[in-house]
Ligand binder design. Structure first.
Ligand code: NAD
Length: 263
């Protein structure tokens, strides 16, 4: 199936590792040039190299913090300049601190809102003039299954990500007449550094060995195993494609059946 992504340009937030990295590689395999971002250059350079080696697409590395507006303005502009266009933005960054309401102070809340809500709003706003020129732009937000079922001890994630869903739904209707789509992808238990550190934290709290803690996580998933980042990337690549032109305003989980909520 030709996804119509050849020669397009995408900016992917938080993409030196994990889900963002898999998305960048997935888009590049379809011939889409990618701007990839992270706060430091070490893993980013390796990801760029992998993309150049394994695909025919170009990878442009951008050191930036998605929690900082000035950085976002710069990376949107630099990606559009590098490729002469910007068709797709994938809003993604690291997850916020874990813990309960009592454990969070003002700074924790503001950091989570900057990194996991304002980053999506700001990147979309900066990218919109370019997406409009593209004639069928795509906005895809990486959130979490926490938007369908809040997860204990993840109060910052449970809160900030619902703001993204509200923004995306409203914006999807505003942009639909222009052919620009806005969708949300919700990972479940995906085996990345982020998930492994969450499992380590739980193992320590509950006095479990790491293998036991992983097994408990796997048993929570009806498919019986953790997902891989490519499973999430496959959906993102499809939503970014020309084939998904009539799909907008959706919030879709990739979770091996974990979510029990109906919608
Ligand atoms: P990860 O920690 O493995 O990778 C995050 C990537 O983003 C890395 O490349 C990191 O360098 C970069 N990054 C982090 N903060 C950044 C910032 N402020 N600015 C720029 N780059 C930044 O995470 P992941 O597992 O790939 O998760 C991606 C997103 O999906 C996170 O928001 C996470 O909370 C969410 N999520 C993940 C899972 C899962 O099971 N892995 C489940 C639900 C939600």
């Amino acid at each position: 199936m030709d996804l119509g992504l050849k020669g397009k340009a995408a900016l992917i937030g938080g993409s030196s590792k994990g889900i963002g990295r898999a998305v960048a590689i997935g888009l590049a395999r379809e011939g889409c040039n990618v701007g990839i971002c992270a706060r430091d250059n070490t893993a980013l350079a390796e990801t760029a190299l992998t993309i150049r080696r394994e695909t025919d697409a170009e990878a442009f590395s951008l050191v930036c913090n998605m929690a900082h507006y000035e950085d976002i303005k710069r990376v949107v502009q630099e990606t559009a300049n590098a490729f002469g266009r910007l068709d797709i933005v994938v809003n993604n960054a690291g997850g916020p601190r874990t813990g309960t309401f009592d454990e969070m102070d003002e700074t924790d809340w503001l950091n989570a809102i900057s990194q996991n809500l304002m980053s999506a709003i700001r990147t979309t706003r900066e990218a919109l003039p370019h997406l409009r020129r593209s004639g069928g732009g795509r906005v895809i937000n990486i959130t979490s299954i926490a938007v369908k079922q809040p997860i204990d001890r993840l109060i910052l994630s449970n809160t900030a990500r619902l703001g993204v869903i509200g923004m995306a739904k409203t914006l999807s209707r505003e942009l639909a007449p222009e052919g620009i789509t806005v969708n949300n992808v919700c990972p479940g238990n995906i085996a990345t550094e982020r998930l492994i550190s969450l499992i380590e934290e739980r193992a320590q709290q509950e006095g479990l060995k790491m293998e036991e803690a992983i097994e408990i996580e796997e048993r929570r998933v009806p498919m019986g195993h953790l997902g891989d980042p490519e499973s999430v990337a496959n959906l993102v690549v499809f939503l970014a494609s020309a084939k998904a032109h009539y799909i907008t305003g959706t919030t879709i989980q990739v979770d091996g059946g974990s979510t029990t909520a109906v919608f």
